[in-house]
Design a protein around this ligand. Structure first.
Ligand SMILES: Cc1ncc(C[n+]2csc(CCOP(=O)(O)OP(=O)(O)O)c2C)c(N)n1
Ligand SMILES: [Mg+2]
Length: 326
């Protein structure tokens, strides 16, 4: 008994605090009106899914060649940066941005977009060239790579450039972020994919394997990890610095679906990435066997090209080779 009255069970919060936050019919109407308005505004902005056109194999090869030329010229202008890994992953990036990804370059925040996380952030010249050619920002911005206050930093900076999903550079962190994003998408019952690019040298980081375990635990079938398997890291061959083999078996043991591909065979890249998207039972890893410096003969498989930019003479030679379609 309280104040001589019978204690009754409470039905609503408002019964406990009858005088606080009174909801008049008017205020409820206003809240509902704005909720509905917000829903329709969001739908008007993002509802129409008109993803970028998917280029065919021949066109993708041409795009890859153009992207390689972009990498050479932007790195030459910058005077520093990572040439080898960027050239090595160009065919994969061409396939992703011009065929595989569901994305709309002029809607970089569209909630339904596929996400691409560049975990090995040092190869951002290929990310920037792909984003620019896809239409995320004007091509002329490529000339500002690595300049003070540029949106195109030496490693990707999220929030400063449309299309850059996460900041990266410290190896191992991007794949963990990708796992978190894939888990969030799964919990929210979303249908987009999370693509993550990692490198072989990056797999020396224990964090990569922690992420791999977690992705298996939650059976993240919306996660695709593409590994740049060029057998090279900063100052030598992976087999000498930290042997990774058998990489395929390791991922199988960690519970992932594994594909191994030639990272320069466009037909195989597109076919495999489509299969990876269709496979939703568990996380997928695509081990892409690539050649560091691909497309420029004097850079191919030479680890010093991991982290240097071409000078004037090397730039002319490289561009001549690429323009001849070598
Ligand atoms: C946590 C962390 N440790 C060290 C580095 C320095 N680092 C930058 S690139 C690199 C080599 C990584 O190997 P990989 O990505 O396979 O090189 P690539 O194939 O691009 O030549 C290292 C050790 C880093 N970025 N982050
Ligand atoms: Mg490597």
């Amino acid at each position: 008994m309280i104040n001589g009255e019978q204690n009754k069970p409470y039905k609503k919060v408002a019964d406990i605090f009858p005088d606080e936050n009174p909801k008049t019919p008017d205020s409820i109407f206003i809240v509902r009106f704005y909720t509905v308005l917000f829903y329709f505004l969001k739908k008007a902005k993002y509802g129409k899914i008109n993803y970028m056109k998917r280029s065919g194999i021949k066109e993708l090869k041409t795009i890859a060649n153009i992207l390689r030329q972009d990498i050479i010229t932007t790195l030459n202008t910058a005077g520093s940066g990572h040439t080898g890994g960027s050239l090595g992953m160009t065919d994969i990036f061409a396939a992703l941005y011009f065929n595989i990804l569901n994305h709309i370059p002029h809607q970089p925040d569209n909630p339904n977009r596929d996400r691409l996380i560049l975990s090995n952030g040092h190869i951002c010249p290929i990310l920037y060239a792909s984003l620019a050619r896809a239409g995320y920002f004007p091509l002329v911005k490529l000339k500002t790579l690595r300049k003070i206050n540029s949106q195109l930093q030496g490693h990707p900076h999220a929030g400063s450039l449309p299309g850059v999903e996460t900041s990266s550079g410290p190896l191992g962190q991007g794949i963990s972020q990708a796992v978190g994003m894939a888990l969030a998408a799964k919990m929210d019952k979303k249908h987009h994919h999370i693509f993550c690019i990692t490198s072989d040298g990056e797999h020396n980081e224990g964090q990569v394997w922690e992420a791999a375990m977690l992705a298996n635990k939650y059976k993240l079938g919306n996660l695709i990890n593409i590994i740049d398997r060029n057998n090279i890291q900063i100052d030598g061959y992976t087999k000498d610095i930290m042997p990774l083999a058998p990489l395929k078996d390791k991922y199988i043991t960690f519970g992932w679906k594994v594909f191994v591909i030639n990272g320069h065979n466009m037909k195989q890249i597109v076919a495999t990435l489509n299969k990876a998207k269709a496979f939703t039972k568990k996380p997928v890893v695509v081990i892409a066997e690539t050649i560091l410096g691909k497309g420029v003969s004097f850079m191919e498989n030479k680890y010093p090209w991991h982290g240097i930019a071409p000078n004037e003479i090397e730039t002319k030679k490289a561009l001549a080779e690429l323009r001849n379609g070598k």
